[in-house]
Write a protein that binds this ligand. Structure first.
Ligand SMILES: Nc1nc2c(ncn2[C@@H]2O[C@H](COP(=O)(O)OP(=O)(O)OP(=O)(O)O)[C@@H](O)[C@H]2O)c(=O)[nH]1
Length: 562
């Protein structure tokens, strides 16, 4: 079993243990209620729902945690209360059997309990998707000095760590020692015309796990391409290679999804069941928050902003259906996917529950993989919709309104935390001339490249937005304006070294930037205005430079970046 799977089982066993430990107290309480309920018809009517709830939730939790006998006994108790059997005798027997079962489980050695858990709850362990850094480790294996220096330059401009190898043997040994995120491999070496692809093929055979790789070849014929495909390569470039195209292909191949883990809110009055479902979803890489009281759901929705809500149908105070209706009354949550969880197997009742605009109904005990895929499918759909509304389609950066909104939120937080931030307004120089000379498509390529450069070089926590046509805004969190100036100036320098190609000509572009500082400018608007003034000055002074707006110069006299 993998370590993540074993840690899931460890956590699951802790949940099971807690459930068994707490069962005697719950039983004692319920037996007390039962005895009170026997005193009169009025007491029976008053306490009946609570007794019913006890059996119902015991059935659900017992089944979810793999205690099938407890679940069956609870089911008998529930049926007796529903009038399907002579209640008195059955319920009392159920209490006795439950107590016996609890004692039996408690007396089992820990390992045996763990074993029982493993057979009752099966799942496919999935790798936890951790957000990786945007900078990637690239191995470049090529013995042509001119090409190598060009490629190294471009790859490093985009912040990648690049290790260069001149021969396939050293490269081979390096991959075995430290796996890169991607490989760029020349095909031809002194020892053979296909030595590069052969090396990749033997590596893949040895490791059993092909690494993302791109091949550079002097030949574009069918057989050369076939040898690359057979070596498991993902890309094929014929020489002379345009470094920017290759760079973008590497980026495409290695950039991890930008997305935060899917955020799931679970509302279930049974803490163990909620914790169990949370464990399964967390194991699949999702961020999960649990709420045990329906009344807390609205606050949690506000604070956690989930991509999906998983609601237990049967809860005291308010049913899952009622909660779904309350949520749907609020315009901002109308599109939020809701999945019901219930031990209800009657399809008519399921259908009626679905009328509250609920997306799906999952029966407890859940099959872990089914739960994960049902949640993933629906939460990702909402993510996609949200992304269409908040992102610029050409660059994938935040659009104007979302950028402003996110910056305002970040500033409100910074006010509370007393932290400093810096804002940079970035504008491509003479962009109209780029379009006019090289065409609109080449212009788009420049915009996309700058967006990618910003994304790969800045931190994931920074807010990066496309503000207008060729204008970008960045909120660099927790950095001084001096540091922001250094960072943006390094980007400016590297962007100016990128070669663009259009219609047989090669050209380069530059940008100008203005920096302002929070809290000197406490609102989004004043921060933007100040950065804009500094940008104006950068343009005015000849472009291709970064100017920062300092405190004493805020009256319109920003200073140049050193
Ligand atoms: N290719 C392309 N061009 C765009 C896009 N959005 C805006 N533009 C063009 O960007 C140009 C911006 O030009 P200006 O604002 O005059 O400024 P500039 O030529 O960059 O000059 P300075 O900013 O003064 O250095 C306009 O010609 C717009 O048509 C886009 O998405 N793609």
């Amino acid at each position: 079993m993998s370590s993540s799977a074993s840690s899931l089982h460890d956590k699951l066993n802790q949940l099971r243990q807690r459930f068994i430990d707490q069962l005697p107290a719950r039983l004692q309480l319920t037996v007390g209620l039962w005895q009170q309920s026997q005193a009169s018809a009025e007491a029976q009517a008053r306490l009946g729902p609570e007794l019913h709830r006890f059996f119902h939730s015991l059935k659900g939790t017992g089944r979810s945690l793999g205690f099938e006998r407890i679940a069956l006994l609870a089911e008998q108790g529930e049926a007796a209360l529903d009038g399907q059997a002579p209640a008195g005798q059955v319920v009392e027997q159920v209490f006795v059997h439950l107590a016996e079962e609890q004692q039996r489980l408690q007396s089992l050695p820990e390992q045996q309990r763990a074993l029982a858990a493993m057979t009752s709850v099966e799942f496919s362990p999935k790798p936890v998707q951790t957000r990786s850094k945007r900078q990637r480790l690239i191995y470049l294996c090529d013995d042509e000095p001119d090409q190598v220096s060009q490629l190294l330059h471009h790859l490093r401009c985009f912040g990648h760590e690049v290790v260069h190898f001149e021969d396939t043997d050293t490269f081979f040994n390096a991959v075995i020692t430290r796996r890169p995120d991607a490989i760029i491999m020349d095909v031809q070496f002194p020892q053979g015309n296909t030595a590069g692809t052969e090396t990749l093929a033997s590596l893949n055979k040895l490791t059993g796990e092909p690494l993302p790789s791109i091949v550079l070849s002097a030949h574009g014929d069918f057989h050369s391409r076939l040898s690359a495909v057979r070596a498991g390569c993902n890309g094929y470039f014929t020489k002379p290679v345009k470094p920017l195209d290759l760079m973008l292909a590497v980026d495409e191949l290695t950039t991890p999804s930008d997305e935060e883990p899917l955020r799931i809110l679970i509302v279930d009055d049974e803490p163990e069941v909620a914790a169990y479902h949370a464990l399964l979803l967390e194991q699949a890489g999702m961020a999960v928050q649990q709420v045990n009281h329906p009344a807390d759901a609205l606050t949690a929705l506000e604070r956690f902003s989930p991509d999906l809500l998983l609601v237990d149908v049967y809860m005291p105070v308010c049913s899952g259906e009622e909660l779904a209706n309350i949520i749907r009354q609020q315009p901002e949550h109308v599109g939020l996917p809701i999945i019901y969880l219930s031990s209800e197997t009657d399809s008519q009742k399921q259908l009626s529950a679905m009328t509250a605009g609920v997306e799906a109904f999952i029966t407890k005990p859940v099959i872990p993989d089914e739960l994960v895929s049902a949640v993933t499918l629906r939460a990702e759909r909402l993510r996609l919709l949200r992304s269409l509304m908040t992102r610029d389609s050409m660059t994938g950066l935040y659009n104007h309104s979302t950028t402003t909104e996110l910056i305002s939120k970040a500033l409100a937080q910074a006010h509370r935390d007393n932290t400093e931030h810096a804002m940079a307004m970035i504008d491509i120089d003479h962009f109209k001339a780029v379009n006019d000379t090289h065409g609109h498509l080449a212009g788009d390529q420049v915009i996309i490249t700058l967006a990618r450069l910003l994304k790969t070089r800045l931190r994931m926590s920074d807010i990066i937005g496309r503000y207008g046509g060729e204008e970008f805004v960045v909120l660099l969190k927790g950095v001084s304006d001096e540091r922001a100036c250094e960072l943006i100036d390094a980007l400016r320098h590297d962007f100016a070294q990128v070669d663009f190609h259009a219609g047989g000509t090669r050209f380069r572009c530059t940008f100008s930037a203005g920096i302002s500082r929070f809290p000197n400018h406490p609102s989004t608007e004043s921060l933007r205005l100040s950065a804009d003034q500094a940008l104006y000055r950068a343009k005015h002074q000849g472009r291709n430079q970064v100017v920062t707006s300092t405190e004493q110069d805020d009256d319109g006299l920003p200073t140049d970046c050193p």
